[in-house]
Design a protein around this ligand. Sequence first.
Ligand SMILES: [Fe+2]
Ligand SMILES: [Fe+2]
Length: 215
Amino acid sequence: MTREIRCNSSQSLPFSLELKEIIESKVYTPGRMYDILIMILTGEKHMPSLTEPLRDEHKELYPQVEMLRLAGDAVYESLTTSAHNKIEEAYYFLTHQLIPHAQAEDHALYPVIQKVMGAPQATATMSRDHVEVGRLTEELGTLRVHRSQLSITTLQAQALRRVLYGLYALVKLHFAKEEEIYLPLLDAKLSKAEAHEMFEKMEAAAHEAKAHLPG
Ligand SMILES: [Fe+2]
Ligand SMILES: [Fe+2]
């Protein structure tokens, strides 16, 4: 017996518009059908995308990206303890979290995007962003001063603010480009197994990058 699913009105459906769109897309791979079934059985309104782990990782990093801006806001010629803390927190985030994340992407995410797009240069501009993050982080490393130093020159303050605000804008836009351009592409093109393999490789690469950090 064949049962027909009618999707003429989202009002009459017991599940979300998202599910209606999936059904209407007529992409019925076994994995997709399994996801649809699970959504119906569990009453879940949103199906997690294949690239959800990377979106989650970005979500965890976002508050620290905001910290870059807040650190910039805190920099004046006289440095308070709070300003010192924010600068150090920003530097630690960049060196211990963000740069390993970027290295993992260069190693395991971007090659998959290049393959999916059929263009080896498809991620070159994004890798260049990573290089710039590294360069600005190095600059921040040389500009930061010891906690015991309670004042800096106007030029030093300007340079610190420039670097922190520059990193903030660069990283925020970079995340948006990954999430809005690349991840939907991977969601549409990768199988679950391919996505799983990619994230395992990313995790191993990030682990490796963190293992080589100076203490
Ligand atoms: Fe990236
Ligand atoms: Fe990223």
